[in-house]
Design a protein around this ligand. Sequence first.
Ligand SMILES: [Zn+2]
Length: 400
Amino acid sequence: MTFPSKATHQQTRAHNAALVLRALYDFGPISRADVARLSGLTRTTVGDVVGVLIDDGLAREIGRGPSTGGKAPILLELIDGARHVIALDLGEFVFRAALMDLRGQVQRTIERPVTGVSGDEAVDVVHELIDELATGSRETLLGIGVGTPGIVDAATGTIRSAVNLNWQDLPLADILRARHGVPVQVANDSRAAALAIELFSGRRSTNLVAVKVGRGIGAGVLLGGELFHGDGFGAGEIGHVVVDDDGAECRCGRFGCLETVASSRAILLRTTEAANEQPDSPLGRRLAASGELTLDDVQVALDAGDETTRRIVVAAGRFLGRMLAGVIGVLDVERIVLHGSVAELGDVWLDAVRDEAHRRALRLLAGDVVIERAAPIGDLVLLGASAVVLTAELGLSVGR
Ligand SMILES: [Zn+2]
């Protein structure tokens, strides 16, 4: 057990700087007096911190605001383009990288297909993407953020296990830091997305669960405004909880995991089976024409009112809702946000998720929880990877 000791002078300064930055980030343009009021710091401390931020090129004065009686106050704002972050989303088929400013505005995006790429070769692709984006922006580079599938030790940036990439105990943050010379944060992709929803959707929640429902299923849990990682960095790994005792084999090797009944893979497997059984149905004809169904085909069939497709999508949604009822029971969070390719399927799916979660959770708790789709604010994993860097380097999650 570690015992909290008195903060060092340096820690206090970093904490104060983070409080001021947070006020500028969330409420700028803003006066020094209002920063002091919001942060609880003295005006002298705010003045000192602001001076350093202006010297560092992170903030600037933009003239006087409206007077509230006395002399009109000078307003301050954060300079969004003062620093940049390189964010990466190590997706299953494509690695994507973006150069972003402090607001998550994308300056440039590049990508590489990685089907069949794993191990050291996959690390080389990460280096290449960073090299390409860092050219010309090294001086303003605040850090690199990586969103990756798998179990990630977020404290050290070590990937304990990412099955598809064949990475075991890979110290990715150390490797990238050594090569590129800037701070590096590595986070599980679902956790990164949760942070993005929190930081960039314009609506802060103290407690939030964000569930990514695509080929895989995973959740990010924010408690008290901070990402909760769990003792083994696996908090939110709901995709591999067994929910169907007679279920199909999962890619993790077990049978009947949530992913085998509620992921896009599961939905496409079921609809393909149905299409094979009913070759004259809309999906049957679609399958015959293209050889493979996609979620877009499922969407078209849903919109056309195809009953078989509706039943398959509802069943998938209900399995997820059942899991969410458990999440609500344990955490009593006020908000659950759903994102990923399956969440795009629309209200048929969302209604099934909500209905099942509300039906199974304790009425008192379930009545209050909002289950909704994520706002379309951009690529959540990329935004999240940058959010992890902003949080670590500028303390933007401090002081809520
Ligand atoms: Zn599994």
